[in-house]
Design a protein around this ligand. Structure first.
Ligand SMILES: Cc1cc2nc3c(=O)[nH]c(=O)nc-3n(C[C@H](O)[C@H](O)[C@H](O)COP(=O)(O)O)c2cc1C
Length: 203
C-alpha cells in the first residue's frame, strides 16, 4: 500500500477548475488499479504558509516547524506525489512557489555535503518519492511560450534534483480557447482522458 500526496496549487475555485477535474479523473483511473492506497490532499489555498512569500522581513521566521517543518515532514513521509498547477503569468502558481520555498531546505530535502557530482551539485534527499506526477494546465495552446517556459519540465527537473523518480508531466493547454473554453471542467477532463489514463496507469 502506498501513501500518495496530492498538492493542489490552482487559484481557481474547485467548481470551475479544469486542473481539479483532471486530477479527479487521474485519481479515479489510478484507484482502479490501486484501491488500497492512502490518498492525502493538500490544497494550498487552505494553507497560511502558501500565502506568505519569502522577503527580507521574514527570513528568520520563514522555516518554522509550523509553517515549513510540518510540510517538509509530510513530503518526506509519502511514496508518491502528484503536483497540480495551472500556468499563472508564465510561471507556476504563486502558492506553489511559496510551498517550494518552504520545503527546499539544505540537509532536509537536498544536501551539498552528500553530493557525488564533480562540481558539487547537491544530492536529493526526497528519495522516498518513487513516483512524481506533475499535472499542469494553461489557458493558451500547449506549444505557446514553450521556448522560454514549460512548467511541467521545470517541476520534473526540480524534483529529479530533489531525488524523486519523475514521470512525464501532463502539460494540457488550450483551456481558455475554443473548443475548451466555457465547457464544464469534467467535460474538459474527458477530452484528455487518453493521456490521463496512460499517466495514471504508469504512476
Ligand atoms: C491570474 C491568471 C494568470 C494566468 N496566466 C496565464 C499565462 O501566463 N499563460 C497561460 O497560458 N494561461 C494563463 N492563465 C490561464 C490558466 O492557466 C488557465 O485558465 C487554467 O486552466 C486555470 O486553472 P484550472 O486549470 O485550475 O482551471 C492564467 C489564469 C489566471 C487566473
Amino acid at each position: 500500500m502506498s501513501k500518495i500526496l496530492i498538492i493542489n496549487a490552482s487559484v481557481v475555485p474547485k467548481e470551475n477548475s479544469r486542473s481539479f477535474a483532471i486530477t479527479e479523473l487521474f485519481l479515479e483511473k489510478y484507484k482502479l488499479n490501486n484501491p488500497q492506497d492512502e490518498i492525502i490532499v493538500l490544497d494550498l489555498n487552505n494553507e497560511e504558509m502558501a500565502k506568505q512569500s519569502l522577503w527580507k522581513g521574514n527570513m528568520n521566521a520563514f522555516w518554522t516547524p509550523e509553517l515549513s517543518g510540518k510540510y517538509q515532514d509530510q513530503i518526506k513521509s509519502v511514496d508518491k506525489l502528484v503536483m497540480v498547477t495551472p500556468m499563472i503569468n508564465w510561471n507556476i502558481s504563486p502558492l506553489l512557489k511559496n510551498y517550494i520555498d518552504r520545503i527546499t531546505l539544505a540537509n532536509v530535502t537536498f544536501s551539498y555535503s552528500k553530493s557525488t557530482h564533480p562540481e558539487g551539485i547537491p544530492a536529493g534527499l526526497l528519495t522516498n518519492i518513487k513516483s512524481f506526477q506533475a499535472i499542469t494546465t494553461k489557458g493558451s495552446p500547449t506549444h505557446w511560450y514553450s521556448e522560454f517556459i514549460n512548467i511541467g519540465e521545470y517541476l520534473n527537473g526540480l524534483f529529479t534534483l530533489l531525488g524523486a523518480k519523475v514521470k512525464p508531466a501532463l502539460v494540457l493547454g488550450g483551456m481558455d480557447m475554443p473548443p475548451l473554453v466555457g465547457q464544464k471542467p469534467s467535460d474538459v477532463a474527458k477530452v484528455f482522458e487518453k493521456e490521463i489514463t496512460e499517466a495514471a496507469n504508469k504512476f
